[in-house]
Design a protein around this ligand. Structure first.
Ligand code: NAP
Length: 307
């Protein structure tokens, strides 16, 4: 494949950026990839493992002269990083991001992007519970969705180029409006994480009552919650604080449904429970049919390989 961009800069070198780097290299999508992370320790690790063609000591140095700059830092840090790189951006370049929330990122980053630079937010719907520069792998985006969220007046050619990059990295690309994105993701990702965090918190309190039984007899249901609840605390703090409205809306609906389920259990309402679980089972089947998961036992998890 011929390069889509001459120079790509990745700001933040964690799971998402390192996976992008390996996927870009796998398909030869960029001439050179520069990178920057906040701590010296991460930059040293990146240099040691060959993550990025050139690791720079400031965000501005990495972004200077780049044709595409991708902000891969936690949502709460996007504005500050954009302010740092704004003055050195090359006219005609594109700035994108991978943040899990879109409206707050647009509001924080937009004001720092010069007139002659394209700003095209994005969000790859792929991840694991691991973080840091060593957690990435080239296949992370294969057959996963990447949502592009063009802002008002986004240049169609610049959008098409960014789409080509994500497709080259293996993703299926679609465009979505920012507020709609935040609502959809509240349902499919943010509230499920909130529920997992809560359930693991409940078990943690209970553990003090039952000693180690919660861990010792940990069954598949609980284990899956703990995997989700092991996700990066900074990232998830920022997701909830920056998608407050949609998360609270969906949590409210969740609480109502939970009360109805609670009532059905108390009243011994067999029909309600059976019908409810039949409907939810069909949703699982739909996800498998759409190729977004496998129906192998234990979610097809291979020992040692993140899913
Ligand atoms: P990560 O593995 O924790 O890496 C975050 C990186 O950002 C680290 O290199 C960190 O540097 C750097 N960083 C943090 N604050 C910074 C700042 N103020 N200035 C410069 N660099 C800073 O995170 P990730 O999982 O790759 O997530 C990155 C973004 O992708 C987030 O916005 C997240 O919402 C989004 N996202 C994540 C997933 C997922 O499942 N993980 C999926 C889709 C989208 P240090 O190492 O030096 O601290």
């Amino acid at each position: 494949m011929s390069p889509v961009y001459d120079r790509v800069a990745l700001i933040g070198l964690g799971l998402i950026a390192s996976s992008m780097f390996w996927a870009i290299k796998r398909a030869g999508l960029a001439g050179e990839v520069t990178g920057y992370a906040r701590s010296e320790a991460t930059r040293d690790t990146a240099r040691r493992i060959g993550l990025c063609d050139r690791v720079c000591d400031s965000a501005a140095e990495a972004a200077e002269g780049a044709d595409l700059v991708v902000l891969c830092v936690p949502v709460g840090a996007m504005g500050q990083v954009a302010a740092e790189i704004g003055p050195v951006l090359k006219p005609g370049a594109t700035v994108s991001d991978v943040g899990s929330v879109k409206r707050a990122v647009i509001d924080a980053v937009g004001p720092h992007i010069p007139e002659e630079v394209h700003f095209i937010p994005a969000h790859p719907l792929a991840g694991t519970e691991h973080s840091g520069p060593q957690s990435g792998f080239a296949e992370l985006y294969d057959n996963r969705w990447c949502l592009l969220v063009p802002t008002e007046g986004s240049d169609p050619q610049a959008v098409a180029r960014l789409r080509a990059l994500w497709e080259g990295m293996g993703a299926n690309v679609e465009e979505m409006e920012a507020d709609h994105h935040d609502l959809v993701l509240a349902v499919t990702s943010h509230v499920p994480h909130a529920i997992a965090y809560t359930m693991v918190g409940v078990a943690d309190h209970l553990r003090r009552v039952t000693e180690s039984e919660v861990i010792k007899y940990s069954a598949a249901g609980f284990r899956d919650f703990t995997r989700i609840a092991a996700s990066d605390p900074t990232m998830w703090r920022d997701v909830f604080l920056n998608n407050r409205e949609a998360t609270l809306d969906i949590l409210g609906r969740f609480t109502e449904e939970l009360f109805m389920l609670q009532r059905a259990i108390r009243m011994g309402d067999e029909t309600y429970l059976f019908d409810y679980f039949t409907r939810t089972r069909a949703i699982r089947r739909g996800i498998i049919e759409a190729g977004q998961d496998t129906d192998a036992p234990d979610f097809g998890r291979v020992k040692g390989k993140p899913t």
